[in-house]
Ligand binder design. Sequence first.
Ligand SMILES: [Zn+2]
Length: 458
Amino acid sequence: MRLPSDTIRYIIQFLLGEGNEHLVPRISYGESDNPSVRMVIVPSRFFDDDIYLTVHSLPNLPLKKVEQTPLLYGTGEQERGSDGRLRIHADLVASSWFLLTRYEELMARSTSFDEHGRFIGKSSFAYKAGILDTPLIDRYGVLLRSWLRSCTEEAVSEPKPSYAAVNLTTDLDAPFFCRSIRSLVREILRATPLRKGSGYPLIALRSILGNVQNDPYFTFPILRDLRFQLQQFLSGECTVRQWLFIRSCLPHTKDCLYDRPQYSLHEGDLQYVLDYCRNQDIRIGLHVSYSAAGNATHLTRELSELQKEVSYPIQDIRYHYLRLPSRFSSEMTQAFAESGITDEWSPAYADVGGFRLGTSRPVRLMDPNDGMLHSLTLHPLTVMDCTMSDPAYMHLREEEALGYIERLAHSVRTHHGELNLLIHNHTLASPPALARMPNNYHRRLLRSLPRTLTGTSD
Ligand SMILES: [Zn+2]
């Protein structure tokens, strides 16, 4: 496969990072006659037609290293030509391509996908190689900039260790604990010995009789307060934003078990949530339904339904269940472009956290089939709440989860990346048992987050 030149330029620019755009012409992927080139990245055979998309293209374990950094393709060898040009055999373009495009998913067996069609993080190459918790591509940037300094007099900028942004995001899977007679009946039935007494009829009754903001799942103010606290700690460093990704429960979602509970954007309680977002500067994105994940027509219908309610264009989406397709069809990328979707916030594995795209920074979508560079920006999701706590996923204890977030956040901050956390509103319910998820310590965990994320101590 021959990578288009604008895609190669984009990857080199992405590796070099902000402020180094003028240095892109100094680096060539493959030999070049251009005298302004100061560094040549010697391609491995990864993109060769007899290798690409065959089993021979997959990286081998254990990984080679260059200056302590694992390398997927190429070697650590370097040569300096008589013309002063540096030739590096570390194929940073192919190594980045593998991670940024989720190349392995195109070739994976069906057993590497779960029942929801999601690629399983624990079956990924990065997990097996022990590099999933490392934003490897950001480290390649550090290497590339240091090598470039040795062969050019021009200034090479190094990103300041700081967050580029912090985003506290919520997916509105279950807006309310109990706002209908049906939910009240559900709790009454659950309270019977037959259902092991797991219902909460009194809390449900209080909720249905009270205002919507008293519903146990109306926990948006907790995240708003966390946002204010973080913003105070990080003032001058970055902006802290809060997001709510909302589903449009249209008829095509009605029969899908995983698109329940269904909720209507027109009814009063949801309108209250929308007003709350408006008044509290909470950004809104579309939470693409389970049913619409692979269907461009359904997805755009959901988008226009949500836009009608909020009365402004929605540009951001995240897939319910993080059902990010392994490859976006041309029909889908066209639908994104035509409907004004510019940003996608799903890239993370459900079963394990870390850097699924190999980077902590937002990156444009590239197609591993044809090498095309698309305008859609992918925002790496650092970690989701239930990924850490769910016994089927990482099953971390509370203190382990805190340490885990701290390590990931440190890597993000080191490389001027974006810290994107997903905390569901229902996981913050009080008492935690109302969320009906095991090992639910997230409300307590949140209290430690400001100091953990900012590296400040008492
Ligand atoms: Zn969801």
